[in-house]
Ligand binder design. Structure first.
Ligand code: SF4
Ligand code: SF4
Length: 457
């Protein structure tokens, strides 16, 4: 794509980067076929190519973001399916991230939207506040019947539809908080490694059982696990809302404490059980590339970050239990129909966008599940997002619900006993549309290698 940035514009490193990305695009349109919003809405401006044009115009002409530009950028899920499809290697992620920051700085949203976005950015990264909000949501959930439901015919959300979506996603019960920051879990038997485990923010409130399963499995296999003190939310939530000041502040704080831990006690990896967070931590090096004080440290931390499945695939797991043993345990846990013949558990593997498109991890979770006794089924249209996408299912509930329903219908086609995923956002989103149990991949692996049955909410 031809660009016409001036020399003065190109002196700005962000614009220089955008120029490089835009020039890589040959406007072939292959990406439109796999873009969820284009598939649903059929509007070129809701496709990657359309959005690339809108961003180019905004940056090149140095125009303030218009209502139209904001509408189409807001509808982008940042699922990155377009990056997987693009034959020219266009880095759409860095381009749309830049557009979101510009919108956040230069566009004035309606007051109700500003308040909602600020509230999400304030509450979600703070586990204490988020837990309090979830308890409140449980009591106010009955009010959701008074609020307007999502619409399919006009995907322009109102504040009330967004509030309704928020209530619908709140869990009916909460587990007690998991292990606290600063704890070190000793390796059992001969020590084979030492890792930090990201504690996360929303996940530690919604499903502390996930990190507990990771700790169980890792320590049982000789890996010492540390929950680093003073670690914060990774910044993914505010990064996707365009609030880079907050996101970069959190990145710097995490880099400082992780690097200290790595230098003082040694770390083989920083493991992440929420792939949305993993994608952003792996991008810290890029996000802080112009920060003289942090660029080198950020690159080191990004290199240390790994999805839990990437790490577990490298250690040899204890032999799996016999499938029949697992089935018997599963029957008692999940009350499959009485009298049903024992058989292998069929797991529909939901490939989170942040894992398959953001981190290009597609095989490791499935291989691990198969090797450990589960029958793994791919979900049709697995490249399409489930509609979760951070805060997207709250801010764009109409599109998010359509994508969830499509995902759930595709999952139903493989008639699974369980659904496995590697991202809490997807788990909550999919669980809101199906009665099939949704668990994290690591919970199944922990169970299959001697840990407890997954505690499904
Ligand atoms: S597939 Fe890549 S090169 Fe083709 S239009 Fe989309 S972003 Fe541009
Ligand atoms: S990130 Fe996803 S929603 Fe956004 S343009 Fe790319 S494919 Fe479409």
């Amino acid at each position: 794509m031809k660009t016409e940035f001036s020399i003065a514009q190109l002196a700005n490193p962000d614009i220089a980067e955008a120029d490089k990305i835009l020039r890589a695009c040959v406007h072939c349109g292959f990406c439109t076929a796999t873009c969820p919003t284009y598939v649903l809405l059929g509007d070129e401006l809701d496709s990657p190519r359309g959005r690339i044009y809108l961003i180019k115009e905004m940056l090149e002409k140095n125009r303030p973001p218009t209502r139209e530009v904001v509408k189409h950028i807001d509808r982008c899920l940042s699922c990155l399916a377009c990056m997987t499809t693009c034959p020219s290697g266009v880095n759409y992620m860095h381009l749309v991230d830049q557009a979101r920051v510009r919108i956040e700085k230069e566009y004035t949203r309606p007051l109700s939207e500003r308040v909602l976005r600020k509230a999400l950015a304030w509450v979600l990264p703070r586990p204490g506040l988020f837990r309090a909000a979830m308890i409140l949501a449980r009591f106010t959930r009955p009010l959701s019947t008074l609020l307007p439901a999502a619409k399919t015919e006009s995907p322009t959300p109102t504040l009330l539809r967004r509030l309704n979506a928020m209530l619908a996603l709140a869990p009916r019960s909460l587990q007690p908080p998991g292990a606290s920051a600063g704890r070190v879990f000793a390796a059992q038997g001969e020590k084979r490694g030492r890792v930090a485990l990201l504690q996360g923010c929303a996940q530690q409130v919604l499903a502390p059982r996930i990190n507990q399963a990771a700790i169980n499995l890792l320590t049982r296999h000789g890996i010492e696990v540390v929950l680093v003190k003073d670690e914060q939310c990774c910044g993914a939530l505010t990064h996707h809302l365009g609030d880079d000041e907050d996101a970069l502040g959190r990145a710097r704080a995490n880099i400082t404490v992780w690097l200290k831990e790595a230098e003082q006690n040694g770390l083989d990896a920083i493991l992440v059980t929420t792939s949305g967070c993993g994608t952003v931590i792996k991008d810290y090096g890029y996000m802080l590339r112009e920060d003289r004080d942090f660029a080198a440290a950020a690159a080191k931390i990004s290199a240390l970050a790994m999805d839990i499945s990437e790490y577990v695939v490298r250690i040899s797991l204890q032999p799996a239990q016999q499938p029949r043993d697992i089935v018997v345990a599963y029957h008692s846990a999940c009350s499959l129909q009485h009298g049903q013949q024992p058989r292998d558990i069929v797991v529909a593997y939901h490939s989170a966008c942040s894992l398959q498109h953001g981190q290009k991890i597609t095989q490791a979770p499935k291989e691990l599940l198969s090797k450990n006794g589960f029958v793994v089924k791919d979900v049709p249209e697995s490249h399409l997002c489930c509609g979760s996408a951070g805060t997207y299912n709250i801010l764009q509930p109409d599109i998010a619900n359509q994508l969830r329903d499509r995902k759930v219908a595709n999952i139903a086609m493989v008639t699974p006993d369980m659904i496995a995923a590697g991202n809490i956002g997807c788990m909550v989103q999919i669980a809101s549309g199906t009665s099939v149990p949704v668990v994290h991949t690591i919970e199944l692996l922990d169970w299959a290698t001697g840990g407890p049955k997954p505690g499904i909410n």
